[in-house]
Design a binder for this molecule. Structure first.
Ligand SMILES: [Zn+2]
Length: 165
């Protein structure tokens, strides 16, 4: 795997190997451009990116996904269990998949067909916008979270369009 996994020795919930194993559960295509997954407890990267982009992170944010021309990075800083970590990790990978792996017609299908037809979402946070909705649904699929069973249109899209099963 070409991804640098760094900083996780500074917490006790997941080991570096756990993070690598968690990433290897995903299709290679979903990770292809991601360069770094980093634990950043002091939010050094997040703070720097906020300064650079002038886009403050919403309060309560526990991780983020950054994309520039040649660099995709996932940064995670606040979790207090393995389950929470896996949710954040897959949620952030979901952002990468939505922006970089899906085709435009698939994004359109998600935004213009599935969301308007299915009012139920996998979480409250998923109601925020199409991207968060996708990331929450993506994480629910990978973690086998039963919340996705309440959203059959989303579940079918993730299954067939995203994981091609
Ligand atoms: Zn998000």
């Amino acid at each position: 795997m070409q991804i640098l996994v760094a900083g996780f020795d500074r917490q006790k919930f997941v080991s570096r190997d756990d993070v690598i194993t968690a990433l290897l559960r995903l299709p290679e295509l979903h990770l292809r451009g991601i360069k770094v997954v980093r634990y950043d407890p002091n939010r050094i990267i997040a703070t720097t990116m906020t300064w650079l982009t002038d886009e403050p992170l919403p309060p309560g944010t526990r991780g983020s996904y950054y994309q520039s021309e040649n660099m995709s990075a996932i940064v995670v800083w606040n979790f207090s269990s393995r389950e929470e970590f896996y949710h954040i990790l897959y949620h952030e990978v979901g952002h990468y998949v939505f922006m970089r792996t899906l085709r435009q017609h698939q994004r359109d299908q998600w935004m213009k067909e599935i969301r308007p037809r299915e009012p139920q979402t996998v979480s409250t946070y998923a109601r925020k916008n199409s991207r968060e909705d996708f990331s929450e649904s993506y994480a629910a699929w990978v973690n086998k979270d039963p919340s996705l069973d309440k959203c059959p249109l989303r579940k079918a899209f993730i299954k067939h369009e995203v994981f091609a099963e």
